[in-house]
Design a protein around this ligand. Structure first.
Ligand SMILES: [Zn+2]
Ligand SMILES: [Zn+2]
Length: 757
């Protein structure tokens, strides 16, 4: 035996399951003439290899990695020879550990070509996939990822598929969801009460779409509602039936070429649109196209994506117009995954249902991202990105479950050496959402085989997630909402130092019982000091002010002017009221009746949208900022005036300047641009006070594309951290809560108190 003949035992962790990793290891081992085996285990992928060439083998594993795989760590131990006679792929051992769950992937090019080839056995097959593409997380009942533990277990492989599955040279070698028209799932077409209709389901769907009807179609993580995106009647009807007035709808295009007729996409956007995941990407809409005006009213941005399952692709084989493809749900509830639930709950919305018998085990919405100056801004983390696993250097002593906030709910689990953030659940507060929230908790416990002993929630006493944490009767702490936003960003980058944090958000519960949302903090992993905030203003009528920004605008005007002066102003905000209404609201303001005070930056955006005449009442959260965005002119960089007194950012000078501008002909462009410049200037003021700290941002306001692009340009030269892999909005809160807890073991404490409002 030669001296270089070695036996190595390797544990590989990362995204190494469901991405063709074991066949890849097999081929590399064969190439290098090694004997041994590869196996999925609780602890990661384990490789045993012996032979002369193991060093080159290990180098090639890193170098030639399959495109969707990711190696987070590789432990290599040399030991005695075991005398293996061949190299083989062994059946997975049960149990789960610190391995990342494999993620769903969009249809690959090779499978696309096969389904287009009339000579191929999977010609026009709606469930084609291979080790490079197809469903993963959404069909897994329990890891490790093997067919018997997915919803494909109900389909026995035919001989032809089995041959491919067991042939190491095949692209479908151990492609767990492998199937063909002979042995795989079947499509069905149902009417809106769930009765099966005879005929080719695709042809029936196409016929309905061409006739301007609305269908539900089963995708990877749930159903889509689809209709002709160029038909005003179809889209208006969808909005009417769904009671969704103006919130933008995503559009699916048959090809990149078609997409580019409707939207302007740059190189980075194109890479994501056509990449392995194919999320919804928010891009700039072209004007003057035949897209219905009801798709994204009053805004110049559009959520676009390409067909990512073979089923979507089949539709577009005979449809040449773009399709609305929006999650099938009721308002902001979780996405629906079962056909009977579609007919039961959305039967009055849809005209027909395209379904199939491969069940969706784990619901996941489409991911939504946008690109600012080449950087990803994650708006909704779902298909292809969730669950998101971050590997830590040290093991965590406890199993920690962080329960997130209330809107855009998501949970995060700290287990072994990992932080795992779930996908988007939806807005809590309904039976369906709260039920799905609890189901996700159960799924995480099962997937990661753990029983959490420490629970972290928001401070808000009335959130379902806070209540859930209390009900567990275990150790439980609350983390202040905006501090959690800063921590989420620190968690994504595993920062462990003092930072200057900007948390700009809607209204969240502060540690003093008031509503925060425009906060500047010096923070580290153990606590924070609030060094700046917007001077709190009154939300006249409480929740009503959140829907009617003109009420917030009015309260800002009352801060600057006497009542009679306000009545005499020529401002779009005051002009939207009758005189007696202004008098009533002034009374409310002076007596502080139902007028909680807030320092929220999100609410300030809304107020400026009202003062600038962009919008007076909202149909969805963030609408004011989105409408203003389309008026931002990057050549206008002059901020409005503001002062900072005793930590408070005082905006009355800005309010007066906006009022003066609002009657000018070019008012909207000037106000939108100068307001964004003001937010930047405000941040710059604090950055100049504390230039020694890296800048960290978090909160829903940073979903604003115009603002984010400018911030990357302004602060890009210094240490500037913004989340890219996890949601910058409340969908990332759980990660921040978890990061706080694991940095303060064994004795975390509340950061603030659970007080009533
Ligand atoms: Zn494929
Ligand atoms: Zn088959």
């Amino acid at each position: 035996m030669s001296e270089q003949y070695v036996h190595v035992h390797i544990i590989v962790r990362g995204i190494v399951q469901g991405v063709g990793f074991r066949p890849f290891v097999y081929r590399e081992a064969k190439t290098h003439g090694l004997k041994g085996f590869v196996i999925n285990t609780a602890d990661g992928v384990v490789i045993e290899a012996e032979g002369l060439d193991s060093e080159a083998f290990i180098n090639d594993l890193r170098k030639n990695l399959p495109k969707h795989a990711r190696i987070d760590s590789m432990e290599i131990v040399e030991s005695e020879s075991c005398g293996y006679t061949d190299f083989e792929i062994r059946e997975s051992t049960l149990g789960v550990g610190s391995v990342a769950i494999p993620l769903d992937t969009a249809l690959c090019r090779a499978c696309e070509a096969e389904m287009d080839d009339s000579a191929n056995c999977r010609y026009r097959y709606p469930f084609i996939n291979c080790t490079d593409c197809g469903p993963r997380y959404t069909i897994i009942q329990i890891p490790p990822y093997d067919r018997v533990r997915t919803s494909m277990k109900h389909f026995a492989m035919c001989d032809a598929c089995h041959t491919e599955y067991t042939d190491p040279s095949s692209r479908r070698y151990h492609a767990e969801p492998i199937s063909c028209p002979d042995c795989g799932p079947k499509l069905t077409f149902l009417d809106n009460v769930g009765l099966e209709i005879e005929g080719d389901p695709i042809a029936l769907a196409v016929e309905m779409l061409k006739a301007g009807k609305i269908i539900a179609l089963k995708g990877l993580g749930g159903f889509h509602l689809m209709c002709d995106a160029t038909s005003d009647t179809a889209v208006a009807e969808l909005r009417r039936r769904k009671h969704r007035k103006a919130k933008p709808l995503a559009v699916m295009f048959r090809s990149l070429e078609q997409l580019q007729e409707y939207a302007v996409v740059n190189e980075e956007e194109r890479a994501h649109i056509t990449g392995a995941i194919k999320p919804i990407v928010i891009v700039r809409a072209k004007s003057g196209t035949n897209l219905s005006v009801h798709v994204a009213p009053s805004i110049d941005r559009l959520g676009v994506f390409l067909p990512y399952t073979p089923l979507h692709r089949l539709l577009f084989a005979t449809i040449d117009f773009p399709l609305i493809a929006t999650s099938a749900n009721i308002s902001d509830e979780p996405i629906i995954v079962k056909a009977d639930e579609i007919s039961h709950r959305l039967g009055n919305v849809v005209d027909g249902i395209v379904s199939h018998n491969r069940s969706i085990v784990n619901a996941l919405d489409d991911s939504v991202i946008q690109i600012a100056q080449g950087h990803v801004v994650m708006l909704r983390m779902g298909r292809g990105f969730a669950p998101h696993t971050l590997l830590l250097t040290n093991a965590i002593d406890k199993n920690i479950l962080a329960l997130g906030a209330h809107q855009k709910s998501a949970i995060a689990l700290g287990v072994k050496k990992n932080m795992v953030l779930s996908g988007h659940i939806g807005d809590l507060g309904s039976i369906e959402s709260d039920g799905y929230f609890e189901k996700t908790v159960q799924t995480f416990k099962r997937f990661y085989e753990c029983e959490p002993t420490l629970f972290i929630s928001d401070l808000h006493p009335h959130y379902s997630s806070t209540r859930y944490a209390k009900e567990q009767k275990k150790e439980h702490y609350g983390v202040q909402h905006h501090y959690a936003h800063i921590l989420a960003c620190m968690g994504e980058y595993t920062l462990d130092e003092k930072v200057l944090g900007f948390a700009f958000d809607g209204t969240g519960y502060g540690d003093d019982g008031s509503l925060w949302g425009g906060e500047v903090m010096i923070a580290d992993n153990h606590g924070y000091e609030r060094i700046g905030f917007l001077k709190p203003f009154a939300l006249l009528g409480g929740d009503k002010a959140i829907k009617e920004p003109r009420r917030i605008a009015l309260s800002l005007l009352f801060e600057c002017y006497a009542l009679e002066e306000v009545l005499g102003l020529k401002s779009p905000a005051t002009e939207s009221f009758l005189e007696y209404e202004i008098r009533q609201l002034h009374h409310m303001w002076t007596k502080q009746l139902n007028s909680p005070r807030s320092s929220s930056m999100g609410r300030l955006f809304d107020a400026v949208a009202s003062l600038g005449g962009f919008i007076q009442t909202l149909d969805y959260e963030g609408q004011g900022g989105m409408i203003m965005e389309s008026f931002v002119d990057d050549s206008i960089t002059e901020p409005f005036d503001f002062t900072v007194t005793d930590r408070e950012v005082v905006l009355s000078p800005m309010v007066e300047q906006i009022v003066a501008l609002s009657t000018q002909s070019d008012a909207k462009r000037l106000i939108a641009s100068r307001f964004i410049a003001t937010v930047e200037a405000m941040m710059e003021y604090f950055v100049n006070l504390h230039p020694e700290y890296p800048v960290v941002i978090g909160g829903g306001v940073f979903q604003n594309h115009a603002l984010m692009s400018r911030l990357y340009r302004r602060f890009g030269e210094r240490r500037f951290y913004a989340q890219q892999q996890t949601p910058v909005n409340d969908g990332g809160i759980a990660l921040g809560q978890l990061y706080y807890a694991l940095n303060n073991l064994p004795y975390p404490k509340d950061t603030g108190s659970f007080r009533g409002l």
